[in-house]
Each structure stands twice: as C-alpha cells, then as structure tokens.
Design a protein around this ligand. Structure first.
Ligand SMILES: Nc1ncnc2c1ncn2[C@@H]1O[C@H](COP(=O)(O)OP(=O)(O)OP(=O)(O)O)[C@@H](O)[C@H]1O
Ligand SMILES: [Mg+2]
Length: 261
C-alpha cells in the first residue's frame, strides 16, 4: 500500500479535484483505492456523492473508531472513501493534547485493509491534520494553479515536507507538482507554467490539468470526472496523471528539495 498526499496550504488550487479524479482514474486502472478526506469542508466527501454526516475521519483520528467501520464505498467500483464533515472542524485543536498526535492517521491506515493506493485530501493549511497526512505518506502531490502568485507559499510547503521527512517520516518525498486550471488561451497561464517549470524542472508533472467547466460541474453531481464525462479532456488528463504518478512512484527518483526553491 502506498499513500499519496495531496497538499498545498493555498486554498482553491485543485487539491480536492485532483484527489477525487486521480483516485477514480487509478481505480479504473484496476487498483483498489481509498480516498481519505481530511478536510473539515468535506469537499472530497460530497464530490464523491457521500453525505457529510457520517462518523468518518473524525471518529477514526480522535475517537479510535475502527477505520474499516468508517470506510464507505462510492459508486466507482474499487474506489472507497473515509468521509469527513463538520465534526472535523475541531479536530486540529482536539489533536493537540493526544498521544502520538502526528501519527494518528498512519496508525489508523495500518488497519485499513487491502488497498493499493490511499489518497489523502488535505485542508488548505499546514496544521496537525496536514502533518498527520505527511507523516503517513510515501509521496506528496502538490497541485499548483496556473495563476499569478502560484509560487507563493510553495517554499514554506516544501520546508514543512522536509521537516516531516527529517523528524517523522523518512520515506516521504515530493512526487510531483501538478499544474491545474491551465488555460491555453491565456498568456498569464502560460507564463506561470514557464515560471514554475524553471523553478522546479524535475518536479513538474508533464500532465497538466485544463481549466474546464466540466470539472467544476462534476462535484455537484457527486461524480468524479471519469464518470461524469469520461471522454472529456479533463478525464483524459487525469488518466495521464495516474500513469505518470505510477511511474514516479515505481522509479522513486530522489528529488532534491534543498536549493530547488
Ligand atoms: N481544472 C479545473 N477547471 C475548472 N474548475 C476547476 C478545476 N479544478 C478545480 N476547479 C474548481 O475550482 C474550485 C477549487 O477546486 P478544489 O476544490 O479542487 O480546490 P482545493 O485546493 O481542494 O480547495 P480548498 O483549498 O478549499 O480545499 C472548485 O469549485 C472546483 O470545482
Ligand atoms: Mg479541497
């Protein structure tokens, strides 16, 4: 089992869209996939058509409820979900006094069962919930929106990842920066792509995610893009990203963090 963490403390950059769409794309390739919704907003949960009133991540992280009882199936065969909801709003604070507070997710996932890939959708912050994800992770995927200020905050994120690697989880590595919401007709979008590539030549995934209204619509139907519009460019892009992430995980190219920011 490998654990992919989708993280960027910047809000609205495409983390949840990436978590859902990549999870569905991997499941379509025959993998057994678990999406863990760590965000109190519960966007991955509603985006997969599941209600936000279940005793999901909160019960597992804070009340030591068995993870197998909290996991639900989605309508995509092979794709399961550990759902989140408003009860997670206090989790960040409630975790603080607990024993082994950084390792609650890692411990829970040990009992999750036979998944090939776990994808963790992080909230837009670098607090204890995200640290739990990083402490449990093998690879981090960082969605970056093709907008001005895209690089802002990335150095801080990479520093946090490096700190977690040194202190809590030596297996952790940054697998890919994924450029999201690409608009080929927009010159700024193209300039941002160039800039991010220049800063992180090895890290940027070849696959870029186009800006398309189909991706924005899919969550309101509770379906991943591969179900909502399987022929769309966006669905194909996430299929490509699934292959690329798989290759990077297998080759485990060491990626130099220091000096790359
Ligand atoms: N490629 C895309 N094309 C068009 N709309 C998109 C695309 N990717 C994401 N969106 C839309 O942009 C918004 C933000 O995306 P998303 O929720 O995936 O970001 P996020 O990083 O998870 O946000 P948060 O930080 O709040 O968790 C959503 O409304 C989503 O539907
Ligand atoms: Mg999100």
């Amino acid at each position: 089992m490998r654990v992919l963490v989708i993280s960027n403390q910047k809000g609205g950059v495409g983390k949840t869209t990436t978590a859902i769409s990549l999870g569905a794309a991997l499941a379509e390739r025959g993998e057994r996939v678990l999406v863990v919704d760590l965000d109190p907003q519960g966007n991955a949960t509603s985006g997969l058509g599941i209600g936000k009133d279940l005793p999901g991540t909160y019960g597992v992280l804070l009340k030591e409820q068995p993870i197998t009882e909290a996991i639900v199936h989605t309508e995509v065969p092979g794709l399961d979900l550990l759902p989140s909801g408003p009860d997670m709003a206090g989790a960040e604070v409630e975790l603080v006094p607990l024993m082994a507070r950084e390792f609650r997710l890692r411990q829970a996932l040990r009992a999750a069962g036979a998944y090939d890939t776990v994808i963790v959708d992080c909230p837009p912050s670098l607090g204890l919930l995200t640290v739990n994800a990083l402490a449990a992770g093998d690879g981090v995927v960082v969605p970056v929106q093709c907008e001005y200020y895209a690089l802002e905050g990335l150095a801080q994120l990479l520093n946090t990842i490096e700190a977690v690697r040194q202190r809590l989880n030596e297996r952790l590595e940054v697998l890919a920066i994924v450029l999201t919401m690409e608009d080929r007709r927009n010159r700024l979008s193209m300039q941002v792509i160039e800039e991010v590539r220049n800063h992180f030549p090895k890290l940027v995934a070849k696959t870029r995610i186009p800006r398309t209204v189909r991706l924005a619509e899919a969550p309101s139907f509770g379906k991943p893009i591969s179900v909502y519009d399987p022929e769309s460019r966006a669905a194909q892009a996430f299929g490509g990203l699934a292959r690329e992430v798989g290759r990077r995980l297998r080759s485990r190219e060491p990626i130099a963090l220091a000096g790359s920011a």
